[in-house]
Design a protein around this ligand. Sequence first.
Ligand code: EPU
Length: 344
Amino acid sequence: MTDTYTVQHNISLKPYNTFGIEAKAHFFVEINSLSQLTDLIKSPDYQTLYSEKLILGGGSNILLTKDFEGLVIKINIKGIEKVKEDDSKAWIKVGAGENWHSFVMYCIDNEWNGVENLSLIPGTVGAAPMQNIGAYGVEIKDIFDSLEAIDRATGKMFLFTKQECKFGYRESVFKHEFKNQYIIVNVTFCLSKNKQFNISYGAVSQTLAEMNVQTLSAKAISEAVIKIRQSKLPNPAQIGNAGSFFKNPEISKAQFIVLKEQYNMIPSYPVDEQNVKVPAGWLIEQCGWKGKKVGNTGVHKDQALVLVNYGDAKGSEIKALAEEIQASVWEKFKIDLKMEVNLV
Ligand code: EPU
């Protein structure tokens, strides 16, 4: 069987973004193997015909505001392999195109622990390190070993260690110094065979208690996380969204003290000596946006951090709503909300 790729022309991206936004890709290609990817990069058209490139995983963190005039590369590289193990750990190498949640379920079935708090996050494994996905007290950096990525200009493969990825809150080197330079093709995770779990997040321990869980396990935690997510976050298969639209902002303790005098219920999480994080969902709710509908767009009724597409919204309409929200949070709190979703 030959391992070739097919570049298609004028393709709708609606099935490829969880916001369900209609936008066209001038050129579109699905990549199923490493050799297809290197062949594509070496092809003469790659440098000349396709001026701009957009790498797509699960499309769960982008907002398409217009048609894409270049080449959309959908990464479908699959495979899950145990590459090493000792008495207490297992190293699992995963193709970038694997579905994130399926990978989490696979780990739970094999009793490889550490990733259970990240259940039900939409998207692919390859996209996960880009923004160091996190939820319920765990971030990908906590179980990350290394990744391999292809240089978009030369097709050469490079290994990145955890340190080299420079993970931060929804941040990595791939959003900054190396922005638009690499395509992640696989990720290796280091998972634990020991039963050490993280139930520090209030809602998780509370839900486990409600579920009457006697013996803690990755499976029980995963079920609790799924329950919490399903109760607050809209399912993209039913209603278009990209999870949290904004990042939780960090503000100085000095500013927080002033705000606390005026709004004594304002929640916060410690960051360091000087700063605290404030939940953006709370700020947006205080500005009266929660559950509001604006044309075909809106702010979710159960979680104000999630913007939704109620039908045929355009990306530009969602962007306009996001900008209105930013303006009102700035006016009321003098806090600058930064978008977590990538605008294309
Ligand atoms: N809150 C409100 N109103 C709202 C939503 C939240 O007042 O409408 C306040 C409440 O005080 C609540 C607090 O915000 O206690 C925290 O809310 P939640 O537990 O829902 O978490 P979050 O801070 O809003 C973050 C992540 C989520 C992640 C959860 C759980 C960001 C930008 N978002 O949300 O990640 O699932 O914590 O760990 O950090 C995502 O990135 O797409 C995402 C869903």
